[in-house]
Design a protein around this ligand. Structure first.
Ligand code: UDP
Length: 237
């Protein structure tokens, strides 16, 4: 199915496919990185767990009529997606304050944001993914004002849908990061992955962190919490 390696990122490899020009294979790696790549490790089975979790979530979103690059899960670590040109903006949604915003703006941990706060970051490792505003986004990408408005609207809708999904499995969706890409026809769809690598998820009862913060902050067994998330998702369907 897969042929030429197009790109290798921190968490995934992207391959061309043999038959279809407009489809790619995403292969999830076992690597974990944090703090802009300064902290690195590898966990056997993490690629499988993130592929399974992200595939589950993208499939669920498609059932809710949210269009994305996701086509199907191919095997334990790989999925087939539509090729998109990634818009180099990371869209972060925050329902509760934690992480970088508490340090950047001195906002107290766990302050609720209602409506949810949407922030844009420029996707550039060399610059450390800086926070940007809409005017910067217009300069740094080919997105138009209307595209940005559409991206924010989709993002808030996805937040609503995902908050409900995670609540069903006893998790609070604290914050998460989305990426969007442009299909050949110019339309913008959700892209990349949605997994505990890209979301903060707190257990509703115990407040335990069930996401990559376990790795960032050395809180315990990363694979165990990712397994629990997948088990809870699979138990609901
Ligand atoms: N996030 C991500 N990739 C990034 C930066 C952030 O997936 O390159 C996610 C992160 O997992 C969290 C949310 O976006 O769920 C907000 O992250 P924050 O800005 O608080 O960054 P951090 O505290 O990790 O520096």
């Amino acid at each position: 199915m897969k042929t030429e390696l197009l790109y290798e990122g921190k968490a995934k490899k992207v391959y061309r496919t043999k038959d279809r020009q407009d489809q790619l294979v995403l292969a999830y790696k076992n690597d974990a990185t944090a703090f802009n790549g300064e902290k690195k490790s590898s966990f056997d089975g993490k690629g499988r767990l993130n592929n399974e979790i992200s595939s589950y979530i993208f499939h669920y979103l498609s059932e809710q009529n949210i269009s994305s690059h996701f086509i199907e899960k191919l095997n334990e670590t790989e999925q087939l997606v539509s090729e998109t040109k990634i818009i180099p903006i990371e869209v972060v949604v925050r329902n509760l304050a934690t992480g970088s915003i508490t340090k950047r703006l001195g906002i107290e941990e766990k302050t609720p944001f209602s409506p949810p706060l949407v922030e844009l970051f420029y996707k550039d490792d060399a610059l450390g993914d800086p926070l940007i505003n809409d005017e910067h986004a217009l300069i740094l990408s080919d997105a138009t004002t209307e595209d940005l408005a559409g991206i924010k609207q989709m993002t808030l809708h996805i937040n609503n849908v995902l908050q409900k999904l995670f609540l069903e499995i006893n998790l609070t969706l604290v914050d998460f990061k989305l990426e969007f890409g442009r299909l050949k026809d110019g339309s913008i769809v959700l892209s990349d992955e949605i997994s505990p690598d890209t979301c903060r998820l707190w257990d509703l009862d115990t407040q335990e962190k069930m996401d990559k913060d376990v790795f960032r902050q050395d809180l315990g067994d990363l694979l165990h919490v990712y397994k629990v998330i997948l088990q809870r998702l699979e138990a609901r369907s």
